[in-house]
Design a protein around this ligand. Structure first.
Ligand code: SF4
Length: 165
């Protein structure tokens, strides 16, 4: 099945050169989110930090442990490369992996969006949404998926291809 994403390389392990831009964009998302949440209240700021930590357990448990990058650096910092520290390898990269990934990003983004809506700032909304969209665009079409070897993922250029390392 063709995903529309063009294959670049097949990386067994990502290096800082390939995932560095994702790390920078993720750090910007995190810091903007922290700022917006703390602007709402100290409680929201603390909850935001707790949900970020929880999001890694969620994505490790559902997605990363079942991915070929379990225990190896993947395109996203602290995910595949740290998943072996929390959960043992699984072998079921299916619907639950996708749901877990979505849930992890919901946990990371929900408090900032509540804060932005409460602040009523269109500028914050556009700025934050723009960075989030840019992160996913770069990950899916440039740095991550085009180089990924997890052929069980629907975003992989070789989705459902027979070879899987
Ligand atoms: S194809 Fe993309 S979304 Fe899927 S596991 Fe690989 S990098 Fe992640």
């Amino acid at each position: 099945m063709k995903t529309g994403i063009k294959r670049k390389k097949k990386l067994d392990k990502f290096t800082l050169k390939e995932y560095g831009i994702n790390a920078v964009l993720m750090a910007i998302i995190f810091l903007f989110g922290l700022y917006f949440s703390w602007e709402l209240s100290n409680f929201a700021g603390m909850l935001y930090l707790l949900l970020w930590v929880a999001s890694y357990f969620v994505i490790h448990a559902t997605t990363c442990r079942n991915c070929v990058y379990h225990g190896k650096q993947c395109p996203v910092p602290l995910e595949g490369g740290c998943s072996h520290l929390t959960f043992e390898r699984g072998n079921n990269f299916g619907l639950i992996a996708g749901v877990g990934g979505l849930l992890a990003f919901f946990l990371r983004l929900c408090i900032p969006y509540v804060a932005i809506i409460k602040a009523g700032s269109m500028m914050y909304f556009v700025l934050y949404s723009g960075i989030v969209i840019l992160f996913f665009y770069v990950l899916l079409y440039h740095t991550g998926c085009p180089n990924c070897i997890n052929t069980k993922c629907p975003m992989n250029p070789d989705f459902n291809a027979p070879s899987q390392s």
